[in-house]
Design a protein around this ligand. Sequence first.
Ligand SMILES: [Zn+2]
Ligand SMILES: [Zn+2]
Length: 317
Amino acid sequence: MATQTDQTGPKPLLGEPRDAGRQSLVYLFLLVPMAALVAAVPLAWATGLLSWTDIALTLAFYVLTCHGVTVGYHRLFTHGSFKPNRPVKIALAILGGMAVQGPLISWVADHRRHHAFSDKEGDPHSPWLYGTSAWALTKGFWHAHMGWMFEPRNTTNEERFAPDLLKDPDLVRVDRLFWLWTILTFLLPAVLGGLVTMSWTGALTAFFWASLVRVSALHHATWSTNSVCHMIGARPFKSRDKAANFWPLALVSGGESWHNSHHADQSCARHGVKRGQIDTSARLIWLLEKAGWATNVKWPAPERLAKLAVERHGASA
Ligand SMILES: [Zn+2]
Ligand SMILES: [Zn+2]
């Protein structure tokens, strides 16, 4: 773990530690949805309390908030892969907030720090932190997947890593209203479920599936990019770290599991750069561009990809 006195930049690397109150909120919003996720399958099996309304709401909120993170938080706000108009910018920031992965600016700061120190000291969530033995990698997997968020001192200095976002009043406002997006993301599915079925049971099962289970399922999809996709998969492109392309997660991660390609060419709007590599986030950016709502899209350039390609396309752990 990096120290407060890291010398590689003009400003300190880390932000203020989270106080006990904030840290308990992290536990609450990570662990309660996860308990629902663990309980979900046997519960549905035993009770049959899963309706088509629940499935539709779960999928809809998953797709919306997933792309809020992948297209908004990640490709737009962290890496500047395209330029949106103002309504799209605000909508993406809100949808990303509704994924309950933290306020926009701290998410972006953490992720930029991840790229700056990828798999080296200073990376907020590298699975290689403890070494390469089986036990070190087990600990590393836990740390990269979710353990890093349970370390109150492992926060990122927003002024150093996200000064551009701090200068945008729209984004600062959306960031400060994170509490509201959190309430909405848990409440809306329940309200919709109740209205569609006109029953309290409908509201309750929608809350369970489309709020709790959905939030946790997306948490794990996103966290897998930090853990699994820095451990196993193919590495067809040169990058300075262990980032890998892990195809089984492509669909659930909105195309973010083409993580080796992403680390090799960070601001590229498409991560699944090869034919057949599913990348729904790139498709959404393409649609925004077609609608005239996004411009300056950084699409992959064949010459650049050829330069980044490693000679032998190897899949290694
Ligand atoms: Zn990464
Ligand atoms: Zn990135």
